[in-house]
Structures are given as structure tokens and as C-alpha cells.
Design a protein around this ligand. Structure first.
Ligand code: ZN
Length: 474
């Protein structure tokens, strides 16, 4: 229903869809908290040492869902779902009209409602920690602080040096008019290069690209085409394609169970951003796809060399829009959102303060002036859908990806594989180490088992430093 609403449903259907989704969440709540379900789960939990590991984990995850859900009063639970759907359609309109005041009361209600839900679920925990934990199990604000501090310390000085030498990379050829029909052919080519099974994954078009799945056999990704910026869709397709590969390669035996999906949001983002950036913006991958790109858009890029293409695709400059941010400045966009979410949840600012605070932090972190709320606080869909605590997953996932690449290089000659145009050894390695386990292993276990060590953001910082030092000749 959500996918339908974002793609083909008529605009006027939002109200009744909100009611429908509210009703479905009521049914879900009733099943999760039904006497029979609880008795079954309690029995399984009491005998957990007699269960095989997969069944044990299925049961413990369901039991955790139950424990958290049943503490929320049903009316509140349903009202929250309805509010999410309504706020989402108001946000769409507010963004188009550049009118934050329309959205402000909904946003405040969303924050308040999400905070109440967090307090019901985990009364003894700080609400923002519960929200982070909803997307990345065990993640806390203090862990985020330490992580972002590491990034800030190393990446902000690097970004300043890059800005000083901004003229060393020219991306003007990317700012021409690229026919949408040609861009669609490029999307199709990219899905083939990535080895995405088209019988089980389709590509749609939405304002904001996303991935959703009904099972590993029905995965849907979307993109958005801009005539004057084909790289936006190019990298959206690769990003969402990375999410899709994860879902498509979860173990068959987990299909249609509560474990048949990616381990967590950050783990999912580690895969999408791994493909988008570490693979997709690598020298080898740019070299692989550029002949097709050049031919497809001829004569627009005829005078551009392989090296120039690689460099322009990786041009770094502080900007307004997270989704269009380059690999280096991206995490600063996330840090801003993280700081604002925390401040909203602890009550030190209200929705009314957000545009001002947003613009202030963009100036402080990225040095840019925000011209209007459409290009500022209204740009992302996450808060309108109630996803508070999601943003850090992008940055943490990016850092997981760099650590995975270090491990992958010990087993696979990644550069040679990409140059060959057959990426299946990369997909096979990820399937073996990560994809097939779905939610059977936690993110922490996946990292330890794959990399032989706990999560360490140093890999990410080192990777970015080496890459941008090289591109900008610093
Ligand atoms: Zn993503």
C-alpha cells in the first residue's frame, strides 16, 4: 500500500489510505499481542535451549516485538500510524509550496507521538536511545557521539582542504541536458551490470528513491530522473540496487519469516552505500560504465576522458541537499540531522525552531546559506514518516562498508573483478558473509565474523582520506 501510494495511486487517496494503514496496524497489533501468540512464544522461550538456532532467534525476535508492542495502548498505536500517513502527505505539499508552517504542527505531533511510543516501549531508557535502537540494535546516542567525533575530527579539515582546491575538478559536462529516455536505458544497463534478477526486482519512479520488499521474491526499487543531472539517477539506481541485492540474496529458508530481511538499517545502508560509493564511484567502475554512458548520451560527453569522468563523478563541494551530496561531505549532512533530532527529542528545541536551527548548522558545518525550506529542513521524507533515529544509520552503514571492503580485498581481487564487468564474485562474497543470514545474525556478529574484529570507523576515515587526497592532489 505504501509503494502504491508513492508510485501510482491518485493524489486524493491519501486520506483513506491513512485509515486503511491504521486498520492494518490495529490487526497487526492484535496478532502480536493475542493470547495464543503470547502463550506460544512463552512456551518457545521456556524451551529455547531445545530449539535450533534459527528458530530460537525467530522466537526471541517475535517475543521482543511483543514485549515492546503490548506496552503501547492500542488506540495510541493506531493513531500513531494514521498520523504518520497524514503527516507524509502534508509534508509533500509543504515541500512543493515551500511552506514550513503547514507542516510544523504535524512535525511537532510526530516528534511528541514518537517520543511517547518510545517511553511506552522502554520506560527506563532515554527515548532517543530507544529510537536509535529501533533501527540499529544497541546503538546509543553516546556511541553516536563518539563515532561522529571521530569523523568530524578527520573529515572536516580534509573537506576544507578540498574546498581550497575546488577548481582542480571540473564537473561542468555533467550539467548538460540528458534526455530522460536515455537515462532510463542507463538504469536498465546498471541493473544488469549489478547482476540484479529482473524477474524478482522492478524499478519504478518516485519523488524520493527507495527500496521496499514483500519477500525476497518481490523487491521494488525506485529512482528519480532529472534532465540536467543524470548522475543523480545513476547513483540512486546503484544505491537502491545495493539494497535490492541484499534482500534478493537472503536465505531461501528464511523467506516469509520475520528473519527474512536485512539485519538492520545500518547494515542495509552499508550495502547500498557500498555499491553506490565504494564500488560505484571507484576508478574501475567508472572505467567500466563510461563507454556505455558516453555512447548513450553522445555527443554530450564525447570530449570527456575516462579520468575526467572519474574525477567529475567524485567532485566534492559543500552543498544543500543530502541526496546529492558527494561521498566526503555526506556525513556532515547526517551529523546535522542527528544533532537536530536529539535536540527535538530532549526538548531543547521545538518544531518551530527547526528551520532556523537547520540553516544555522548548515552554515556552521558546511558553510552554505540555505535559500528556502524546500532546499532546507523540508528536503527529507524521514521525519514525516516518523523515522526519528534513522539518519545515523546512513553514516554508520557507510563506515561498515569500508570495513567490509578491507575484508573482501583479502579474498577477492575486487579491482580486477570490476574491470572484468562480471561482478558476481563480489555478490557471491557478500551473499556468503552477509546476505544469506538475513536477521539470523546481529550486525555486531556479522562484522566480527566477516572482519575478524569489532566495528572500527577508522577504515572509513582512512578510505576517504586516501581517495580525496589523491583526486585533489593534496
Ligand atoms: Zn538507502
Amino acid at each position: 500500500i505504501y509503494y502504491d501510494g508513492a508510485t501510482t495511486a491518485p493524489k486524493g487517496s491519501a486520506g483513506v489510505r491513512a485509515i486503511t494503514l491504521g486498520e492494518l496496524s490495529r490487526i497487526s497489533y492484535e496478532h502480536t499481542t493475542a493470547k495464543e501468540s503470547i502463550e506460544m512464544l512463552e512456551c518457545l522461550m521456556a524451551h529455547s535451549d531445545e530449539l535450533d538456532p534459527v528458530t530460537r532467534r525467530k522466537a526471541s525476535e517475535l517475543y521482543r516485538d511483543y514485549e515492546r508492542t503490548h506496552r503501547v495502548p492500542i488506540e495510541e498505536f493506531v493513531a500513531h500510524q494514521q498520523l504518520c500517513s497524514e503527516a507524509d502527505s502534508v509534508w509533500h505539499e509543504a515541500k512543493v509550496k515551500d511552506d514550513f508552517s503547514m507542516f510544523e504542527p504535524y512535525l511537532q505531533k510526530m516528534f511528541d507521538s514518537t517520543k511517547r511510543m518510545a517511553l511506552y516501549m522502554e520506560p527506563d531508557k532515554r527515548p532517543y536511545d530507544t529510537m536509535l535502537d529501533n533501527f540499529e540494535r544497541g546503538l546509543t546516542a553516546s556511541a553516536c557521539d563518539a563515532f561522529f567525533d571521530t569523523l568530524k575530527k578527520r573529515l572536516v579539515p580534509l573537506m576544507h582542504k578540498v574546498v581550497e582546491h575546488g577548481d582542480r575538478v571540473n564537473d561542468a559536462p555533467l550539467r548538460q541536458s540528458f534526455p530522460i529516455a536515455k537515462q532510463k536505458e542507463l538504469s536498465s544497463y546498471l541493473m544488469d551490470v549489478m547482476g540484479i534478477d529482473r524477474d524478482h526486482c522492478i524499478l519504478g519512479e518516485t519523488e524520493h528513491p527507495f527500496t521496499t520488499d514483500f519477500s525476497k521474491y518481490d523487491v521494488r526499487i525506485t529512482t528519480h530522473y532529472y534532465e540536467n543531472n543524470f548522475a543523480a539517477s545513476l547513483y540512486s539506481v546503484i544505491h537502491e540496487g545495493g539494497h535490492a541485492l541484499y534482500e534478493l540474496h537472503t536465505g531461501d529458508e528464511l523467506a516469509c519469516s520475520n528473519l527474512g530481511r536485512g539485519a538492520s538499517m545500518a547494515m542495509h545502508e552499508s550495502q547500498s552505500r557500498f555499491y553506490e560509493n565504494i564500488i560505484g564511484r571507484s576508478w574501475e567502475f567508472c572505467g567500466l560504465i563510461f563507454p556505455f554512458v558516453k555512447k548513450e548520451f553522445s555527443p554530450l560527453l564525447d570530449g570527456v576522458s575516462d579520468e575526467e569522468f572519474y574525477r567529475m563523478i567524485n567532485k566534492s563541494s559543500p552543498s544543500l541537499i543530502r541526496l546529492e551530496a558527494d561521498e566526503l561531505t555526506y556525513c556532515l549532512h547526517i551529523m546535522i540531522r542527528y544533532r537536530l533530532e536529539r535536540a527535538m527529542i530532549d526538548g531543547s528545541i521545538t518544531a518551530h525552531d527547526l528551520p532556523h536551527e537547520w540553516n544555522r548548522l548548515y552554515k556552521e558545518y558546511l558553510g552554505v546559506d540555505v535559500p528556502d525550506d524546500t532546499h532546507g529542513v523540508l528536503q527529507d521524507s524521514h521525519w514525516s514518516g516518523g523515522s526519528f533515529g534513522y539518519f545515523p544509520s546512513y553514516a554508520i552503514g557507510s563506515a561498515y562498508g569500508a570495513q567490509f571492503m578491507d575484508a573482501m580485498r583479502k579474498d577477492v581481487d575486487v579491482d580486477a573483478v570490476i574491470r572484468s564487468g562480471d561482478l558476481s564474485p563480489v555478490v557471491d562474497w557478500l551473499t556468503d558473509k552477509i546476505y544469506r543470514f538475513g536477521m539470523v545474525k546481529t550486525p555486531e556478529q556479522l562484522i566480527r565474523d566477516t572482519c575478524g574484529a569489532p566495528f572500527d570507523p577508522q577504515f572509513y576515515v582512512d578510505y576517504l582520506t586516501a581517495k580525496f587526497t589523491d583526486i585533489y592532489g593534496l
